[in-house]
Design a protein around this ligand. Structure first.
Ligand code: GLC
Length: 564
């Protein structure tokens, strides 16, 4: 038996606003985000308004009522800027323009305003570590000779060895392969190399150059001035590099790794926080910070830095009571040192869909472990993904939902040959299936060539599986037992139940394969990870269950919210 314990309040008591009065949900300075539900839109695959097979802003505008009915507080859009799409838009050519495939700046402004009219705020993605090789700065840099100031905004360097033929450092790309590409001079001779921690089409910026900092600050203001409520910061711990460009070597003192989580990166976010706080409704900073060390992670969440960061530790854990309880405890413990709320994330556009992942023998997530042909039980995965949805929605803090998870979409693992696009797949020579399988266009209707993704039936940029009509939003609408109803009801209760709105959390004593905790005055969440049904604790009402209960027993892989 695990012993009962209480973490007490996980975050500071609900914050007061800038004027010192109690924050309300409607006041201009409210901390609306502290227990928000934030829905991630991957615009290319959400809905296609202009019928070219690629999702766009017109498609999102048309589906805003769906998002309002789901009950989300904000939308986070993965990059919608002009981009050659070498990495799904994370190769930005111009931050002040919308990619023509998605629409126009005016469309974005309309979308932001319309969503806000429905009570939904907008968060945009900022990609500060790198730009596209089509960005004006990089084209200038490539055209300039070695040593030219135009090159100083990036990391251009001579190669090692005779003739400079060897890469300048041994750093390894998150996408697989080297992190340097050699340029060719105007004379056709091989020239300097440039650094890219991701694909060659994503040259890394030099954050010690004043233009780089100034430009990003201007970009933040550009979007804040258009009414966006905040930014999600891509690869946030990778911006600063050791200017001496050392090889990786062995161990590094915290903060001194050549290109990850260096201490000076925090200065960037302190400056960004000042800008965010200068708005009448302070804007939000959300970090994509992948770090194993929780103490290093929460340094990004100090009072004068980001408001929150994605909880990848929780997201990566297997479907296992002890592993998840351990992550929840570690999350609370780490966040207790800062005022930021914890976040709960089951997936995003980079990782295997929960329905698939939880249907596997190894249900943890690791980029390097993704392989084709992993045996998967999708019914089991779906059952667990439903339970995971209730578990995460019951925890205090911010809930993230990736588009399509509310429909229980599985990873599409059998994309036809030649349709994959993700550089992660190609840069590992096809060993890694890549991330396309979680980016397939959403099914909206039961029928039609694209299941309502668009009206004219134009082929979608990634093909949808034949059976997706059953999983379409419209099909689930008429089924009260569907994923969509479960998500909607969970979000509705999370908003309306006073016990679920606060921060109070206390573990309850349970059998080892069961997790149970009390929220506030009178709501208990119980999750059964074991093989046998578990007895339910005393309760007066069942608020919501992820699968049907068996009398007073909680079946395996099921979560329930009870009125205590
Ligand atoms: C982040 C994004 C991912 C992208 C990478 C490089 O991890 O989530 O999609 O490929 O950064 O920008």
């Amino acid at each position: 038996m695990r012993s009962a314990e209480s973490t007490g309040s996980t975050t500071e008591a609900r914050a007061t606003d800038a004027s010192g009065t109690e924050a309300s949900d409607t006041g201009p300075h409210s901390d609306w985000w502290r227990n928000a539900v934030i829905y991630q839109v991957y615009p290319r695959s959400f809905a296609d308004g202009n019928g070219d097979g690629t999702g766009d802003l017109a498609g999102v505008r048309r589906r805003l009522p769906y998002l309002a009915a789901l009950g989300v507080d904000a939308l986070w859009f993965t990059p919608w800027y002009r981009s050659p799409q070498a990495d799904g838009g994370y190769d930005v050519a111009d931050y002040r323009e919308i990619d023509p495939a998605f629409g126009t700046l005016a469309d974005a402004e309309h979308l932001i305003a319309e969503a806000r009219g429905l009570g939904i705020r907008t968060i945009v993605d900022i990609v500060p570590n790198h730009v596209s090789d089509a960005h004006e700065w990089f084209r200038e840099a490539l055209a300039a000779p070695p040593g030219d100031p135009a090159r100083a905004r990036f990391w251009f360097h001579d190669g090692k060895g005779p003739g400079g033929d060897l890469i300048p450092t041994d750093w390894v790309s998150s996408f697989g392969g080297d992190t340097w590409t050699r340029t060719t001079g105007p004379d056709g001779e091989p020239g300097q190399w440039y650094l890219h921690l991701f694909a060659p089409q994503q040259p890394d910026l030099n954050w010690s150059h004043p233009d780089v900092a100034a430009e990003h600050e201007a970009v933040l203001r550009f979007w804040y001035d258009r009414g966006v409520a905040g930014v999600r910061i891509d690869s946030a711990s990778m911006l600063a590099k050791d200017p001496a460009l050392p090889d990786l070597g062995q161990d590094h003192e915290p903060g001194l790794h050549p290109h990850l989580d260096r201490d000076e990166v925090h200065d960037v976010y302190r400056r960004w926080r000042k800008i965010a706080d200068s708005y009448e409704e302070p804007r939000l900073l959300v970090g994509e910070v992948w770090l194993e060390d929780n103490d290093r992670f929460v340094r990004y969440l100090r009072e004068d830095e980001m408001h929150m960061a994605f909880n990848f530790d929780f997201m990566s854990r297997p479907w296992d009571a002890a592993a998840l309880a351990d992550s929840i405890r570690a999350t609370f413990a780490a966040h207790a040192a800062v005022a930021a709320p914890p976040t709960w994330v089951l997936s995003n556009h980079d990782v295997t869909r929960p329905v698939t992942r939880y249907g596997r023998e190894d249900s943890s997530f690791a980029f390097l472990a993704k392989r084709f042909g992993t045996p998967t039980d999708l019914d089991l995965g779906a059952r667990r993904a439903r339970a995971a949805a209730l578990l995460t929605a019951a925890l205090p803090g911010v809930l993230y939902v990736y588009q399509g998870d509310e429909l229980g979409l599985p990873e599409v693992e059998d994309l036809p040959e030649g349709t994959r696009q993700d550089p992660m797949h190609f840069r590992t020579n096809g060993v890694d299936p890549g991330r396309d399988g979680c980016r397939v266009p959403l099914p909206w209707n039961a029928n039609g060539p694209t299941f309502g993704f668009n009206e004219n039936g134009a082929a979608t940029w990634l093909p949808q599986p034949a059976g997706w009509g059953d999983r379409a939003a419209a099909s689930q609408e008429s089924d009260p037992d569907s994923f969509l109803h479960l998500y909607r009801e969970a979000i509705r209760l999370r908003r309306n139940e006073p016990s679920l709105r606060g921060d109070a959390f206390a573990w309850s004593e349970t059998a080892p394969d069961v997790l149970a905790f009390r929220r506030g005055e009178d709501v208990t969440c119980v999750v059964n990870f074991g093989d046998a049904p578990a007895a339910l604790p005393a309760h007066t009402e069942v608020l919501l269950a992820s699968s049907p209960l068996q009398g007073d027993l909680l079946p395996t892989d099921t979560a329930v919210w009870l009125r205590a």
